[in-house]
Design a binder for this molecule. Structure first.
Ligand SMILES: Nc1ncnc2c1ncn2[C@@H]1O[C@H](COP(=O)(O)OP(=O)(O)OP(=O)(O)O)[C@@H](O)[C@H]1O
Ligand SMILES: [Mg+2]
Length: 318
Protein backbone atom coordinates (compact mmCIF):
# COMPACT_ATOMS: atom_id res chain seq x y z
CA UNK A 1 0.00 0.00 0.00
CA UNK A 2 1.16 3.50 -0.87
CA UNK A 3 1.40 6.18 1.81
CA UNK A 4 -0.31 8.75 -0.41
CA UNK A 5 -2.25 8.33 -3.63
CA UNK A 6 -3.58 11.33 -5.50
CA UNK A 7 -5.65 10.95 -8.66
CA UNK A 8 -6.83 13.81 -10.86
CA UNK A 9 -7.27 16.16 -7.95
CA UNK A 10 -9.00 19.44 -8.83
CA UNK A 11 -9.83 22.38 -6.61
CA UNK A 12 -11.89 25.40 -7.59
CA UNK A 13 -12.07 28.44 -5.33
CA UNK A 14 -14.83 31.04 -5.77
CA UNK A 15 -13.42 34.38 -6.84
CA UNK A 16 -14.79 37.48 -5.20
CA UNK A 17 -16.42 39.60 -7.88
CA UNK A 18 -17.17 43.20 -6.86
CA UNK A 19 -20.82 44.33 -6.80
CA UNK A 20 -22.99 44.83 -8.82
CA UNK A 21 -21.70 41.85 -10.85
CA UNK A 22 -22.91 39.04 -8.68
CA UNK A 23 -21.93 36.30 -11.07
CA UNK A 24 -19.67 33.79 -9.31
CA UNK A 25 -16.47 32.99 -11.12
CA UNK A 26 -14.18 30.16 -10.22
CA UNK A 27 -10.45 29.99 -9.95
CA UNK A 28 -8.88 26.60 -10.67
CA UNK A 29 -6.11 26.26 -8.08
CA UNK A 30 -5.51 22.57 -8.86
CA UNK A 31 -6.05 21.43 -12.42
CA UNK A 32 -6.09 17.66 -11.98
CA UNK A 33 -2.91 16.52 -10.28
CA UNK A 34 -1.85 12.91 -9.75
CA UNK A 35 1.06 11.40 -7.83
CA UNK A 36 1.88 8.71 -5.31
CA UNK A 37 4.20 8.71 -2.33
CA UNK A 38 5.72 5.47 -1.06
CA UNK A 39 5.94 4.59 2.61
CA UNK A 40 9.13 5.89 4.14
CA UNK A 41 9.65 8.34 1.32
CA UNK A 42 10.57 12.00 1.66
CA UNK A 43 8.53 13.61 -1.09
CA UNK A 44 8.63 17.27 -2.07
CA UNK A 45 6.20 19.58 -3.80
CA UNK A 46 8.34 22.34 -5.29
CA UNK A 47 6.78 25.38 -6.89
CA UNK A 48 6.47 29.17 -6.89
CA UNK A 49 3.92 31.28 -4.98
CA UNK A 50 0.36 30.35 -5.83
CA UNK A 51 1.29 27.03 -7.48
CA UNK A 52 -1.19 25.06 -5.36
CA UNK A 53 1.15 23.52 -2.76
CA UNK A 54 -0.81 24.54 0.34
CA UNK A 55 -4.10 23.63 -1.34
CA UNK A 56 -2.77 20.12 -1.98
CA UNK A 57 -1.59 19.76 1.63
CA UNK A 58 -4.91 21.01 2.99
CA UNK A 59 -6.81 18.44 0.95
CA UNK A 60 -4.49 15.60 2.00
CA UNK A 61 -4.79 16.57 5.68
CA UNK A 62 -8.62 16.70 5.42
CA UNK A 63 -8.81 20.45 6.08
CA UNK A 64 -10.29 21.15 2.65
CA UNK A 65 -12.44 19.06 0.31
CA UNK A 66 -11.40 18.68 -3.31
CA UNK A 67 -13.78 19.74 -6.08
CA UNK A 68 -13.17 16.45 -7.87
CA UNK A 69 -10.66 13.66 -8.04
CA UNK A 70 -9.52 11.34 -5.32
CA UNK A 71 -6.89 11.27 -2.61
CA UNK A 72 -5.98 8.48 -0.21
CA UNK A 73 -3.60 8.52 2.73
CA UNK A 74 -2.51 5.11 4.02
CA UNK A 75 -5.34 3.65 1.99
CA UNK A 76 -8.06 5.85 3.51
CA UNK A 77 -10.06 8.29 1.44
CA UNK A 78 -9.44 11.85 2.69
CA UNK A 79 -13.10 12.81 2.27
CA UNK A 80 -15.05 9.66 3.12
CA UNK A 81 -12.67 8.34 5.78
CA UNK A 82 -11.28 11.62 7.11
CA UNK A 83 -11.30 10.40 10.73
CA UNK A 84 -9.15 7.40 9.91
CA UNK A 85 -6.74 9.66 8.03
CA UNK A 86 -6.50 12.19 10.87
CA UNK A 87 -5.54 9.52 13.41
CA UNK A 88 -2.47 8.60 11.40
CA UNK A 89 -1.12 11.94 10.20
CA UNK A 90 -0.09 15.35 11.41
CA UNK A 91 0.75 18.71 9.89
CA UNK A 92 3.06 21.62 10.44
CA UNK A 93 1.14 24.40 8.71
CA UNK A 94 2.65 27.38 6.93
CA UNK A 95 3.60 30.12 9.42
CA UNK A 96 2.64 27.99 12.42
CA UNK A 97 0.25 29.91 14.67
CA UNK A 98 -1.29 27.08 16.63
CA UNK A 99 1.12 27.04 19.55
CA UNK A 100 0.01 28.76 22.72
CA UNK A 101 2.45 31.60 23.21
CA UNK A 102 1.43 32.17 26.84
CA UNK A 103 2.26 28.59 27.78
CA UNK A 104 5.66 26.98 28.07
CA UNK A 105 6.93 24.49 25.51
CA UNK A 106 6.26 21.68 27.96
CA UNK A 107 2.71 22.86 28.70
CA UNK A 108 2.00 23.13 24.97
CA UNK A 109 3.01 19.55 24.33
CA UNK A 110 1.15 18.26 27.40
CA UNK A 111 -1.98 20.01 26.12
CA UNK A 112 -1.66 18.58 22.60
CA UNK A 113 -0.93 15.12 24.02
CA UNK A 114 -4.21 15.31 25.95
CA UNK A 115 -6.09 16.19 22.75
CA UNK A 116 -4.85 12.93 21.26
CA UNK A 117 -5.69 11.02 24.47
CA UNK A 118 -2.07 9.98 24.98
CA UNK A 119 -2.00 8.36 28.48
CA UNK A 120 -0.22 10.54 31.07
CA UNK A 121 2.87 8.37 31.68
CA UNK A 122 3.38 7.74 28.00
CA UNK A 123 2.86 11.44 27.28
CA UNK A 124 5.58 12.41 29.77
CA UNK A 125 8.06 10.05 28.14
CA UNK A 126 7.16 11.15 24.64
CA UNK A 127 7.31 14.86 25.46
CA UNK A 128 10.78 14.47 26.95
CA UNK A 129 11.94 12.48 23.94
CA UNK A 130 10.49 15.00 21.48
CA UNK A 131 11.83 18.07 23.27
CA UNK A 132 15.27 16.49 23.33
CA UNK A 133 15.00 15.59 19.68
CA UNK A 134 14.25 19.20 18.67
CA UNK A 135 16.87 20.59 21.05
CA UNK A 136 14.45 22.40 23.37
CA UNK A 137 14.60 20.25 26.50
CA UNK A 138 16.72 22.78 28.38
CA UNK A 139 14.23 25.52 27.46
CA UNK A 140 11.09 23.49 28.18
CA UNK A 141 9.87 25.79 30.96
CA UNK A 142 10.22 29.03 28.98
CA UNK A 143 7.13 30.70 27.59
CA UNK A 144 6.79 30.19 23.85
CA UNK A 145 6.38 33.96 23.40
CA UNK A 146 10.02 34.30 24.40
CA UNK A 147 11.15 31.78 21.79
CA UNK A 148 12.89 32.76 18.55
CA UNK A 149 11.19 32.01 15.23
CA UNK A 150 13.45 28.98 14.78
CA UNK A 151 12.66 27.61 18.24
CA UNK A 152 8.92 28.04 17.61
CA UNK A 153 9.24 26.08 14.38
CA UNK A 154 11.14 23.28 16.16
CA UNK A 155 8.42 23.15 18.80
CA UNK A 156 5.77 23.10 16.06
CA UNK A 157 7.47 20.00 14.64
CA UNK A 158 7.58 18.36 18.08
CA UNK A 159 3.88 19.16 18.44
CA UNK A 160 3.18 17.51 15.08
CA UNK A 161 4.92 14.33 16.29
CA UNK A 162 2.94 14.05 19.52
CA UNK A 163 0.48 11.51 18.06
CA UNK A 164 3.34 9.51 16.52
CA UNK A 165 1.97 10.04 12.99
CA UNK A 166 2.88 7.66 10.19
CA UNK A 167 2.70 10.42 7.63
CA UNK A 168 3.87 13.95 8.38
CA UNK A 169 2.99 16.97 6.24
CA UNK A 170 5.25 20.01 6.36
CA UNK A 171 4.18 23.19 4.57
CA UNK A 172 7.27 25.35 3.89
CA UNK A 173 9.08 24.10 7.02
CA UNK A 174 12.01 26.53 6.75
CA UNK A 175 10.22 29.62 5.44
CA UNK A 176 11.48 32.74 7.20
CA UNK A 177 14.00 30.89 9.35
CA UNK A 178 17.59 32.05 9.84
CA UNK A 179 20.28 29.91 8.23
CA UNK A 180 21.18 27.94 11.39
CA UNK A 181 17.56 27.14 12.23
CA UNK A 182 16.84 26.10 8.65
CA UNK A 183 19.78 23.67 8.74
CA UNK A 184 18.57 22.25 12.06
CA UNK A 185 15.05 21.74 10.69
CA UNK A 186 16.31 20.06 7.51
CA UNK A 187 18.53 17.69 9.51
CA UNK A 188 15.57 16.90 11.75
CA UNK A 189 13.33 16.11 8.79
CA UNK A 190 15.99 13.78 7.36
CA UNK A 191 16.28 11.99 10.69
CA UNK A 192 12.51 11.51 10.93
CA UNK A 193 12.56 9.64 7.65
CA UNK A 194 15.85 7.76 7.97
CA UNK A 195 15.73 6.82 11.66
CA UNK A 196 12.05 6.93 12.60
CA UNK A 197 10.71 5.54 9.34
CA UNK A 198 8.20 8.35 8.84
CA UNK A 199 6.76 9.27 5.48
CA UNK A 200 7.11 13.00 4.87
CA UNK A 201 5.47 15.20 2.28
CA UNK A 202 6.87 18.72 2.33
CA UNK A 203 6.35 21.80 0.23
CA UNK A 204 9.00 24.35 -0.52
CA UNK A 205 9.94 26.99 -3.02
CA UNK A 206 13.62 26.60 -2.21
CA UNK A 207 15.09 24.36 -4.89
CA UNK A 208 18.27 23.64 -2.93
CA UNK A 209 16.12 22.43 -0.04
CA UNK A 210 14.11 20.11 -2.28
CA UNK A 211 17.30 18.86 -3.87
CA UNK A 212 19.06 18.23 -0.57
CA UNK A 213 16.16 16.52 1.20
CA UNK A 214 13.81 14.80 -1.16
CA UNK A 215 13.83 11.29 -2.58
CA UNK A 216 11.48 12.51 -5.29
CA UNK A 217 10.15 15.91 -6.24
CA UNK A 218 7.00 17.00 -8.04
CA UNK A 219 7.45 20.40 -9.62
CA UNK A 220 4.11 22.17 -9.49
CA UNK A 221 3.17 25.32 -11.37
CA UNK A 222 -0.25 26.97 -11.84
CA UNK A 223 -2.04 23.94 -10.40
CA UNK A 224 -0.31 21.36 -12.58
CA UNK A 225 2.55 18.94 -11.98
CA UNK A 226 4.97 19.72 -14.77
CA UNK A 227 7.69 17.22 -13.81
CA UNK A 228 8.13 14.45 -11.26
CA UNK A 229 11.33 12.54 -10.63
CA UNK A 230 14.31 12.13 -8.32
CA UNK A 231 16.51 15.25 -8.05
CA UNK A 232 19.08 13.53 -10.29
CA UNK A 233 16.42 12.56 -12.82
CA UNK A 234 15.10 16.11 -12.97
CA UNK A 235 18.57 17.55 -13.42
CA UNK A 236 19.18 15.26 -16.40
CA UNK A 237 16.77 17.53 -18.28
CA UNK A 238 19.43 20.27 -18.26
CA UNK A 239 22.67 18.33 -17.96
CA UNK A 240 23.95 19.07 -21.46
CA UNK A 241 23.16 22.77 -21.39
CA UNK A 242 25.37 25.76 -20.69
CA UNK A 243 23.71 27.59 -17.83
CA UNK A 244 24.52 31.28 -17.75
CA UNK A 245 23.82 33.73 -14.96
CA UNK A 246 23.98 37.44 -15.75
CA UNK A 247 23.86 40.30 -13.23
CA UNK A 248 22.69 43.50 -14.79
CA UNK A 249 21.63 47.03 -13.84
CA UNK A 250 18.83 48.84 -15.75
CA UNK A 251 17.50 45.60 -17.21
CA UNK A 252 15.29 46.55 -20.19
CA UNK A 253 12.64 44.03 -19.08
CA UNK A 254 13.05 41.26 -21.62
CA UNK A 255 15.61 39.56 -23.82
CA UNK A 256 15.40 37.51 -27.02
CA UNK A 257 17.59 34.71 -25.63
CA UNK A 258 15.04 33.20 -23.25
CA UNK A 259 16.89 33.97 -20.03
CA UNK A 260 14.53 34.24 -17.07
CA UNK A 261 14.63 36.94 -14.44
CA UNK A 262 15.32 35.06 -11.21
CA UNK A 263 15.68 37.97 -8.81
CA UNK A 264 15.87 41.72 -8.50
CA UNK A 265 17.53 43.44 -5.58
CA UNK A 266 18.81 46.99 -5.13
CA UNK A 267 18.40 47.64 -8.84
CA UNK A 268 20.43 44.58 -9.84
CA UNK A 269 18.55 42.02 -11.91
CA UNK A 270 19.76 38.43 -12.10
CA UNK A 271 19.01 36.62 -15.36
CA UNK A 272 19.51 32.92 -15.75
CA UNK A 273 18.98 30.24 -18.31
CA UNK A 274 20.43 27.98 -20.91
CA UNK A 275 22.44 29.74 -23.62
CA UNK A 276 24.66 28.65 -26.50
CA UNK A 277 28.21 29.81 -25.84
CA UNK A 278 28.32 31.84 -29.05
CA UNK A 279 25.20 33.73 -27.90
CA UNK A 280 26.91 35.07 -24.78
CA UNK A 281 28.51 38.08 -26.55
CA UNK A 282 25.27 38.68 -28.47
CA UNK A 283 23.35 38.83 -25.21
CA UNK A 284 25.83 41.27 -23.70
CA UNK A 285 25.65 43.43 -26.82
CA UNK A 286 21.84 43.38 -26.72
CA UNK A 287 21.82 44.52 -23.10
CA UNK A 288 24.45 47.21 -23.54
CA UNK A 289 22.63 48.66 -26.59
CA UNK A 290 19.60 49.15 -24.39
CA UNK A 291 21.61 51.09 -21.83
CA UNK A 292 21.81 48.25 -19.35
CA UNK A 293 24.98 47.85 -17.33
CA UNK A 294 26.26 44.27 -17.35
CA UNK A 295 27.98 43.59 -14.01
CA UNK A 296 28.90 39.94 -14.51
CA UNK A 297 28.36 36.91 -16.72
CA UNK A 298 29.05 33.49 -15.24
CA UNK A 299 28.64 29.90 -16.37
CA UNK A 300 27.00 27.87 -13.57
CA UNK A 301 26.40 24.26 -12.62
CA UNK A 302 22.80 23.33 -13.50
CA UNK A 303 20.39 23.24 -10.55
CA UNK A 304 16.72 22.41 -10.14
CA UNK A 305 15.95 26.07 -10.77
CA UNK A 306 17.29 25.58 -14.30
CA UNK A 307 14.88 22.69 -14.74
CA UNK A 308 12.05 24.99 -13.67
CA UNK A 309 13.23 27.75 -16.03
CA UNK A 310 13.50 25.28 -18.90
CA UNK A 311 9.97 23.97 -18.30
CA UNK A 312 8.24 27.30 -17.66
CA UNK A 313 10.45 30.07 -19.02
CA UNK A 314 10.23 31.72 -15.61
CA UNK A 315 12.32 31.82 -12.47
CA UNK A 316 10.96 30.15 -9.34
CA UNK A 317 10.78 33.39 -7.38
CA UNK A 318 9.25 35.46 -10.19
N1 LIG B 1 -9.41 30.37 0.10
C1 LIG B 1 -9.07 30.76 -1.14
N2 LIG B 1 -9.94 31.45 -1.92
C2 LIG B 1 -9.61 31.82 -3.17
N3 LIG B 1 -8.42 31.55 -3.76
C3 LIG B 1 -7.51 30.87 -3.04
C4 LIG B 1 -7.78 30.45 -1.69
N4 LIG B 1 -6.68 29.80 -1.23
C5 LIG B 1 -5.78 29.83 -2.23
N5 LIG B 1 -6.27 30.46 -3.31
C6 LIG B 1 -5.57 30.65 -4.60
O1 LIG B 1 -5.22 29.37 -5.12
C7 LIG B 1 -3.91 29.39 -5.68
C8 LIG B 1 -3.05 28.35 -4.98
O2 LIG B 1 -2.84 28.76 -3.63
P1 LIG B 1 -1.92 27.92 -2.63
O3 LIG B 1 -2.00 28.59 -1.33
O4 LIG B 1 -2.29 26.49 -2.70
O5 LIG B 1 -0.48 28.13 -3.30
P2 LIG B 1 0.96 27.80 -2.72
O6 LIG B 1 1.65 26.99 -3.77
O7 LIG B 1 0.87 27.24 -1.37
O8 LIG B 1 1.63 29.25 -2.68
P3 LIG B 1 2.68 29.89 -1.63
O9 LIG B 1 4.04 29.49 -2.11
O10 LIG B 1 2.44 31.36 -1.81
O11 LIG B 1 2.35 29.39 -0.27
C9 LIG B 1 -3.41 30.82 -5.51
O12 LIG B 1 -3.59 31.51 -6.71
C10 LIG B 1 -4.28 31.39 -4.42
O13 LIG B 1 -4.46 32.79 -4.60
MG1 LIG C 1 1.56 27.82 0.46
Amino acid sequence: MKAIEVKNLRKLYPKKIPLPFRKVEWFEALKGISFTVKRGELFGLLGPNGAGKTTTIKILTTLLEPTSGEARVLGYDVVKEAREVRKRINLVAEGERTLYWRLTAYENLRYFASIYYVPKREAEERIEELLKMVGLWERRNDLVMNYSRGMKQRLAIAKALINDPEVLFLDEPTLGLDVQSAIFVRELVKRLVEEEGKTVLLTTHYMHEAEELCDRIAIIDHGRIIALDTPEGLKKLVKDETIVEVRVRNYPGDNPFGLAKVSEENGVTVLRGSLDEEDIPKLVEFLVRRNAKVLSVEVKEPTLEDVFIKLTGRGLRD
